[in-house]
Design a protein around this ligand. Sequence first.
Ligand code: TYM
Length: 338
Amino acid sequence: MRIFSGLQPTGRKHLGNYIGAIVQYVEGQQRAADAGDVAIYCVVDLHAMTVPWVPGEMRERVYDTASILLAAGLDPDRCIFIRQSDVPEHTELAWHLGAVTAHGDLNRMHQFKEKSAKQRDLVSSDLFTYPVLMAADVLAYRADEVPVGDDQRQHVELMRDVAQRFNERFGDVLVVPELKIPEVGARIMDLQDPTSKMSTSSASLEGTVHVLDDAQAVEKKFKRAVTDSEDPPRIVRDKSKPGVSNLLDILAAARRTTVEEATASLAGARGYGDLKVATADAVNALLAPVRERYVELRADEDALEDIFAAGAEKARAITRPVLADVREAMGVGPRPRG
Ligand code: TYM
């Protein structure tokens, strides 16, 4: 059972990324190793070039993200930890997969619609083909499982279609991966607007809890979280109560329990204030050790580069033979001699 997942380089990774994805990565690295296989985790710097970026800051943001992931518990000796641009097979495979990806399917991607609407100068073709590179990231390793948050569902479904279409046309070369969404916390919502997902580009800084926020900032954001005005207040997970439901999801995910248990633990609460304090405490307990380790890891960029170099070597031992099979199946490149 092989796992692959990726996340974009930014120092402002938020609680949605942490609960929706990073917690699953740490669990997956052990599960893959126990099954005699490996988990590959990737900082996707090439995907960060699909919208405007500052060249002089790119490397810094990659180091920030890498340090968050390592601080969260990814162990480069137990998983393969890479920077996307260090493994050229990702971009080569993206080109080959483009041959079996329908333009119409890419046009239907929600993320493309949202992000292209926000661009003022240029909607780049890289933004349009973003999901093809994402498919290549996973398919280059013949990964079985892709742990992501709910917002990546459509991209993973597309990569499954692309792998199937490739195999139908060229033979059984690629593995069709499975989507893996966490049971609790697949869609963490903005604390100020609990009907929108928490996101890096969110308008409200107040509603987004960052992994690197200090304890007081976290507490403040939770205390101001939007709930509802039901009287008397009811602490239950319910569609009509998006703010309270989001806090219960966060509380359960941060404590690694179920929503039922989190709800039961607040049976004696006097109001939403108690829910907010409990959630802020649980999030701080989850993130405090990460913030501490982050500072140490981020200080040594040479060590981070060494980790990436070793990761790329391990990665390419997997991706080179896969690409050789892909080229051969497609009739591209020199005639194999053996
Ligand atoms: P990115 O960097 O935007 O997000 C990283 C992960 O965080 C999850 N996530 C959330 N989960 C729960 N609640 C939220 N509010 C929330 N916001 C974000 C995302 O679902 C994601 O799992 N396209 C990907 C990166 C990528 C990738 C890949 C992922 C590139 N290649 C191959 C898997 C496999 C992205 O932009 O993630």
